[in-house]
Each structure stands twice: as C-alpha cells, then as structure tokens.
Design a protein around this ligand. Sequence first.
Ligand code: NAD
Length: 284
Amino acid sequence: MAPNSSPRRVGVLGFGRLGQSLVSHLLSQGPDLGLELVFVWNRNPDRMAGLVPPSLQLQNLAELGERHPDLVVEVAHPKITQEFGGGILQHADLLVGSPSALADASTEQQLLEASGRWGHSVFVARGALWGTEDIARLDAAGGLQSLRVTMSTHPAGFRLEGPLAQVSCSAPRTVLYEGPVRGLCPLAPRNSNTMAAAALAAPSLGFDGVIGVLVADLSLADMHVVEVELRGPPGPSGQSFAVRTRRENPAQPGAVTGSATVTAFWRSVLGCCQLPSRPGIQLC
Ligand SMILES: NC(=O)c1ccc[n+]([C@@H]2O[C@H](COP(=O)([O-])OP(=O)(O)OC[C@H]3O[C@@H](n4cnc5c(N)ncnc54)[C@H](O)[C@@H]3O)[C@@H](O)[C@H]2O)c1
C-alpha cells in the first residue's frame, strides 16, 4: 500500500489509549503495509515497559530527528503539538491527533510557516467527525452557512480546565459550553478535537464561525455522542439545504476516546501515508 518502495518510517508521541492501539497495529501490520515504527515517546516512559521494544523507546523528544521519521503521529495532548509541532515539521510530516491545539492562532500560524519552510504536511486526524469530506466539499463550494457540533457524554469522560472545571454536573443534562469552537478548545482541550476538526474542514467558518456545544449527560456513562448539524444559505424558494448526523460511539467509562474513534485513527495513519507530502493542512 505504500506509494514508495522504501517503508514509511513512523514515530508515535503518546502512549495512552490511542498511542497503544497505533503502536500495536504498527508492530503487527506495519511491515506488510510498508510502515516501520521507528520510535515511541511518552511523558512517562515507564508505561512503555514490556510493551514497546527498548530500542524503539525514545527518551528525549528533542532527539526524534535522529530516528529519521517520515511521519510523526501526535496522540498525547494538544500542548505537545503546540510546543513541538513546528520543530517536528523540520524532520517529517506531522499527523495531529489533538487538533484543538490549532485553535490557538499562533500555533496554527507557526505550523503553517514550518510546513511551508520544510515542505512537510500537517495532517489532521478527523477522529470522531462523521462526514468530514462532505463538510469540506460543501464549504469549498461556498454552500455552508452554519455548522454546529455537539459532543455529549458522562462528565467522567471530560478533562476540563479553567472555569468549566468548576461547573457542577449533578443535573441529568448540563450544557457546559455553547459558542465558537475557538473559545472552547482551551477549556476542554481533550474533548473539543472533533469540533476543531470541523473548524479545519470548514475554513470559511473556521474556529470563530463553527459552533461547539459540550454537554454533560449522566445517562451516557459508556457512550460518546457527536451530533453535526449544518445548513446552507437559503435558496430561491427560501428553503435551505440541511444535514443532521448523530454518531453514537461506545466508550469505556471515563475514557476520552470512544472505540470507533480508535479505529478511525488507524485509518487516518494509513490514509495520510498515501497522500503526497506537501505544505499546508490536510484532513485525513
Ligand atoms: N481528533 C479526535 O477526534 C480525537 C478523539 C479522541 C482523542 N483525541 C486526542 O488524542 C489524544 C490522545 O487520546 P487518548 O485517548 O490516547 O488519551 P489517553 O489519556 O489515553 O492518553 C494520552 C497520553 O498522552 C500523555 N499525556 C497526557 N497529557 C500530556 C501532556 N500534557 N504532555 C505529554 N503527554 C501527555 C499521557 O501520559 C498518555 O500517555 C488526546 O489529546 C485526545 O484529546 C482526539
């Protein structure tokens, strides 16, 4: 499947639920698919013991260039993309697994500059966003007037910061935030990635125009629900084109990533390995 005859050398940053799954896939299926795992880095290296061959454990993130990766996959935390993304692009393409990092305008600018300077791609994993291509096509055709993404789950699945972390979620259903995605990402950096992917799929609206809604729902102990609602401009009859999707994804209680999203990430890794490396942001 690899477009080149030599294997694509892949490094993984983060060894939580997503990182462990990707590493396992890369070790078991990578060689047949033309993919070679060249390093795994985790903030706490002890978590890799017995699971990642010692030669593949990277102790110092600043030394990743010495492993000569073609692609670095970030599945740790938006802060890792914000702090190291520009430097990684000097060496390799970057697959951003925590796109809420790009809600910070200076991070987006920095990544775009580094991407252009070094000729490497910033791939963004679509994660839990259903219909990514359809949204992007409608946006490119000028047919998108509004886009709203609602993420609902049990409060144990949230990792909230700042004022949102103080909100009581004792009612059956609590709307924690409703507004531009840019404002939500710093408050819920690990629970706003789907909305961030939507903002990147629809650049005409972007982080300031796409509306994100975060809902704590006590009935959703083992499920993440993502609803996407979009509307086009009114036509001559006054009616608008409109789409609504609802994605119900089983999830372990308290997990930030649902089961189907883990599969979607592996498909994103495979997908971006087939895309040409070129400057700019590409959803995959
Ligand atoms: N794009 C999407 O739709 C989508 C969907 C699910 C998860 N994600 C994101 O992917 C990332 C990984 O998800 P996961 O389910 O594997 O999470 P996880 O909590 O299971 O694992 C995260 C890993 O990153 C490490 N980590 C946490 N905070 C860190 C920090 N500040 N600096 C360095 N390392 C840190 C942890 O030690 C852990 O190894 C998260 O940022 C998550 O929000 C994105």
